[in-house]
Design a protein around this ligand. Structure first.
Ligand SMILES: [Zn+2]
Length: 401
């Protein structure tokens, strides 16, 4: 029996002709013309494009200032300045990771996001408090959004004794991925940090996702060391590198060698197309070489910067914009990073716009995927497992208790 029937939509990947999408028991039951109404609730989707749920696979929802008064940016220019400033501001404001993350998630759902991988701060200063807040929040929102947690050492690993034990404790308690942070730039001890976090992944079978802002050769050598450990421990397909600015700075022979390694070991690269003059990976080249690519909002309205909005269609626009994409197939690479790419990295079961997949769907007024990226219009309808989570840009799911 059909529960919901979307009529007259264009479905991404199914050609330009309007089609119907039938949803039953939380799944896509059929995609085709003139499907039987079968007593179902009918949504007129004429003029709309159907996309799979958007995937924000690099976020920091535990420390957003979303829903609080506007906070003018105060941090200095370096990474360490930003970390120190964040600690100061969060200590002063005394916000709850559980409350703040719930506020931001609701907004993300309204923008069509159905899956989030979030890096959650863990370290000797905050212990596991942010992690426990996120665990409670994700349990409360389980029906409406899939949240994957990375245990993230925001203040460093080897320079903060006790951090490795806390990361491992978080993995024991349910974090799916262990994170890292500039093993050279922050820790000055790449062997120590990488051996430590890869040992956690080896012991627990979890994924690895490392923030790597270090530029040029420092970043490239760090990738070499990540590659060595991924190969030695048989972690093919379980490792990601976030930002990897250095990939946008290397000479071609050095870059080619690294890309060969990334493809061989299926190490995924996340970029959110950073602002300003910051270098970032050449998306089109990496895509053509077969590197797995994904994207995310990174920090949304937090002490790192005020401009991110948590909208993954807008993020795809920014990826395309900064990459100089104009042709539809190139723009669709950016959209795939914000959908299928992130879903694959998260191991999201049953994801996609296909019969049998979970009915995690977004309707937008657009003719094609490239137009949806170019204009990132209001999300007309957002479905999570077949249930309406948002309409016309507003979340309609119940507020968490
Ligand atoms: Zn990040």
């Amino acid at each position: 029996m059909t529960d919901l029937l979307l009529t007259g939509v264009r479905a991404w990947g199914f050609g330009p002709a309007p089609t119907d999408i039938a949803v039953s028991a939380g799944r896509i039951a059929a995609i085709g013309a003139d499907l039987p109404r079968d007593g179902a609730e009918v949504v007129d989707g004429i003029g709309c494009l159907a996309l799979p749920g958007l995937v924000d696979a690099h976020a920091h929802i535990d420390k957003t200032l979303w829903g609080t008064p506007w906070h003018p940016h105060q941090a200095g220019p370096t990474l360490i300045d930003k970390i120190d400033n964040e600690r100061r501001v969060l200590n002063t404001l005394g916000l709850s990771a559980e409350v703040q993350s719930a506020r931001l998630l609701r907004h993300m759902v309204a923008r069509g996001t159905t899956h989030v991988r979030t890096h959650v701060d863990i370290g000797p200063d905050v212990g596991l408090s942010h992690f426990h807040g996120i665990q409670a929040m994700r349990e409360a929102h389980r029906e409406w959004i899939d949240v994957e947690v990375v245990a993230f050492p925001q203040t460093g690993v080897m320079i903060r004794p006790g951090t490795l034990d806390l990361l491992e404790q978080a993995v024991r308690e349910g974090a799916e991925v262990v994170g890292g942070l500039d093993p050279v730039g922050v820790d000055r001890d790449p062997k120590g940090q990488l051996d430590g976090i890869f040992a956690i992944a080896d012991r627990h079978g979890c994924g690895v996702d490392i923030h790597l802002h270090d530029r040029g050769d420092l970043g490239a050598v760090t990738i070499d060391m990540i590659v060595e450990r991924t190969r030695a421990l048989g972690l093919k397909g379980k490792v990601a590198i976030s930002h990897a600015f250095c990939l946008g700075m290397l000479d071609r022979p050095r870059l080619d060698g690294l890309l060969d390694d990334l493809v061989e070991l299926d190490i995924a690269i996340m970029t959110h197309a950073p602002s300003g003059p910051t270098p970032f990976p050449p998306i089109r080249l990496l895509h053509d070489r077969g590197v797995r690519l994904f994207s995310g909002s990174d920090g949304v309205r937090d002490t790192w910067g005020p401009l991110n909005t948590g909208d993954m269609l807008e993020r795809a626009f920014l990826l395309a914009y900064r990459s100089g994409f104009r042709h539809d197939p190139d723009i669709e690479i950016a959209l795939r990073m914000a959908t299928y790419g992130g879903a694959q990295v998260m191991g999201a079961a049953g994801y996609g716009l296909a019969v049998g997949a979970a009915a995690d769907l977004v309707l937008v007024e657009a003719e094609t995927a490239a137009e949806a990226v170019a204009f990132h219009p209001v999300r007309r309808l957002v479905l999570k497992r077949g249930r309406v989570a948002a309409r016309d840009g507003r979340a309609t799911m119940p507020a968490a208790a």
